[in-house]
Design a protein around this ligand. Sequence first.
Ligand SMILES: Nc1ncnc2c1ncn2[C@@H]1O[C@H](COP(=O)(O)OP(=O)(O)OP(=O)(O)O)[C@@H](O)[C@H]1O
Ligand SMILES: [Mg+2]
Length: 284
Amino acid sequence: MPNKVNSYEGSPKPKRGEMIVICSAKGGIGRTVLAVNLAIALSKNNHLQISLLDGDYQFGDISMAMDLHPTFTVKDVVEGMDRIDQHTLPSYLIRHGSGVKVLAAPERPEYADLIQSSVMDKMCELLLAEHDYLIVDTAVGLQESTIQFIEKADQVFVLTTLELAAIKNTKLMLETLDLLGLRHKVQLIVNRATMESVIKATDVPDILGVEHPEYVPNDFAIVAQSLNVGIPFVQNQAKTEIAKSIFKMAEHLISRREIALFKPKPPSFLQTLFYKTKGNETLS
Ligand SMILES: Nc1ncnc2c1ncn2[C@@H]1O[C@H](COP(=O)(O)OP(=O)(O)OP(=O)(O)O)[C@@H](O)[C@H]1O
Ligand SMILES: [Mg+2]
């Protein structure tokens, strides 16, 4: 039986979207907060279709952070992959009021073992074919599933805070990504950048050897309140500094993508050959 994900009425549909994977070396650092708020900030641009995948298969809490009650999760995708194509895909996603479409993590941690990486790989392709952005929240650290997402990603947002342990482990994570040849995809995000700490936000680029990190300020009251009520702060606290930092990140992503899309393509082999031959004719 042909694999429906790879064939749309016979021909493969080209990738349309950009995949952003959000990860961190330490837990509780703000990956989920960033994932949901960034997805919604991107969706404020009406032309963009945004999907959000909870890749923290054991303890994913994107549904909670967005006050969603999904009927289907990643587990159902794995079980029903043969039946999923661009027509049935929407029924597996839950649509948030912002327009962001979410594929939720399984409801129980033991289901995480059922998630086959090959199926998720195909699911990402399908989501990327139908959306402009696919944002992926991940489990803490460099688990196998996370490395797989990173390999597939266009950009990887590595989060740290200014705490010593976070910085130490982020350095190790960046070194590992370097060894794996994946370091070029990394955008460092310093979360809670205005928190009291012996390490200052401005020291981070030198300590980690990273240029141009993005900074998200510390605002425990706004973030805690937002998580408690399940309303991401970019929705109802758009004027706060923390929300503005996420909107700025979304703008950077969109403008970088526009530049990449409109950048003139390098000439093809045949074009190069044609111009070389033309040049030779003129010379002779
Ligand atoms: N910019 C911020 N300012 C203040 N508090 C923050 C900020 N970002 C995150 N937090 C706090 O950090 C806690 C963890 O956030 P979050 O759940 O997003 O982290 P995580 O990395 O996804 O954690 P886990 O490893 O459990 O998945 C939240 O309870 C939130 O209150
Ligand atoms: Mg999380």
